[in-house]
Structure formats: C-alpha cells, structure tokens
Design a protein around this ligand. Structure first.
Ligand code: BTN
Length: 251
C-alpha cells in the first residue's frame, strides 16, 4: 500500500456543487497533486451515502475531499482506506472532546455520545483488480446548530460545547490525524483494523438492524479486512453484512 501526504496542497472554494465531484473533475490535471484537498465553504449539491443529499449551512461546517492516486491496493481491500479515514477523524474528535464518547458506526460514520457528527463518502475508480483512484469526501459538523431529523440525530462541535471555529482551521487540525492513520495503515494494516474494531459502535451489544424488509436484533462482533460486519442474532445464527446491505435502527 502506498499513500501520498494528504493536504500538501489545499484548494479553498467559496462554492461548488460537491467537493468530491470537483476533485474528480480536476484530478487528471497535471497540477493536481496526489493527496490534494478541495474544501468548499458551500456545496450546492453535496452527496451523501446511498444517493442521499448532504446539506449544511454555508460557512458553518467542514466539507472537503482528498485524492489518493494509485494506492497499490487490490479492490477487495477497499475497506482499509475507509477505516483509516474514519480512525483519523475518530482520533481528532477524541482529542478535541476528551470527555465524550466518540465511536465509529460501521462502516464510516463517526458518532459523539450516539449522535452523528461526521459522514464520509468514498468514490473509487478501479483498473483491473487494483484501485486506481480514490476520492474521499468528509462532512464534519463544526458550527451548525440545526440539522434535518435523521435516524441518528446530528450533532456538531458547537452543539457539544466547543467554541465556534472556522471550518478551515478544523481542516488544518484534522489533516495530521488523517496522515497518521494512513501511516499506520501502511506500516501495519492488522493493527489499524484492530484499532477500528476497538472503537466500533455497538461492539458486543445487541442492536436492531434492518435487512431489506426484515428487522432483527443481533450482537455486533467485529468488522473484517473486507469491511464485512459480523453479527450473531438471538438464535445464535451468524450474520455477515457487506457495506450498504443493512441499516442500523435506533433503540
Ligand atoms: C454520509 O452520507 O454520511 C456521507 C456524507 C459525505 C459528505 C461529504 S461533504 C464533502 C464531500 N462532498 C460531498 O458531496 N460529499 C462529501
């Protein structure tokens, strides 16, 4: 695995449709370096997971994407960079909010005391069985106070008692944590996966999950190197869920 230094170049945009889309557009330009970041103070068509819209008030929250070209990872291990990104955000937030419970909700949401503060969207390009390009977008709630009602209610740094901070300052504080997590992934992927599992929301607890039309209670066991979530239902039956195959329901 090989990764660039994230954030050695940062492009600040007043507004764009989506930082993921903008970065994809410029990723082929010779002056777009591997590891480049695009931050937008406003997104007019922010994208969430599963085709959802990601919306926030302009200038309040942090919305940015970074580029990883040719990471030398086989497509089946696409979960590793996702786990590294989630852990980087986790470490930043744990340091910033030392008295709060920060967890990663599989596969890539970050929760503070059970409320969602950060979401991520990976868009990958493959060449044969290799990942050729990854665009990793992060939406981190910083100064917002009003969010739409969602299954896991949203929170922000300000709602958690932090002072108002410009989103671009939060980016500069977050980048070293992302680079540290990617360094760890390069050195020891098993260690990184273990660290991810240690802070996994609901680990060894029963949670309600929705699989297509059926709702089940099951205990979360672990996430494996392919990003598969392993659970055990109340009859002792093992369940393996790929990314996007199940949804968690709040208790
Ligand atoms: C989710 O649904 O939880 C993922 C949200 C990802 C949002 C970020 S904001 C920056 C980047 N640009 C986008 O259009 N989406 C991601």
């Amino acid at each position: 695995m090989q990764f660039p230094i994230i954030g050695s170049s940062v492009l600040y945009l007043e507004s764009c449709d989506s930082t993921n889309t903008e970065l994809a557009r410029i990723s082929g330009n010779p002056d777009t370096m591997n590891g480049s970041v695009v931050l937008a103070f406003e997104q007019t068509a922010g994208k969430g997971q599963r085709g959802n819209i990601w919306k926030n008030e302009p200038h309040k929250d942090l919305t940015f994407s970074f580029l990883i070209n040719k990471p030398d990872i086989r497509s089946e291990f696409v979960f590793y960079p996702l786990a590294a990104t989630a852990l980087g955000v986790y470490h930043f937030l744990s340091k910033r909010l030392p008295h709060k419970k920060v967890e990663i909700k599989w596969p890539n949401d970050v929760l503070v005391n059970g409320n969602k503060i950060c979401g991520m969207l990976l868009e990958n390009t493959f060449s044969g069985n290799q990942i050729s390009k990854m665009i990793i977008g992060i939406g981190l709630n910083v100064n917002g106070k009003n969010y739409p009602d969602t299954r896991f209610p949203a929170t922000s740094l300000v709602l958690e008692g932090e002072p108002e901070t410009p989103p671009e300052d939060i980016l500069l504080q977050l980048i070293p944590h992302l680079n540290a997590a990617f360094d760890k992934l390069r050195e020891n992927p098993g260690f990184l996966l273990n660290a991810y599992n240690q802070v996994l929301f609901g680990k060894h607890h029963d949670v309600s999950i929705q699989e297509q039309d059926s709702i089940t209670r099951a205990r979360i066991e672990r996430v494996d190197s392919k990003g598969i979530l392993h659970l055990i239902n109340q009859d002792g039956k093992k369940i393996e869920a790929g990314m996007g195959e199940i949804k968690f329901l709040p208790d």
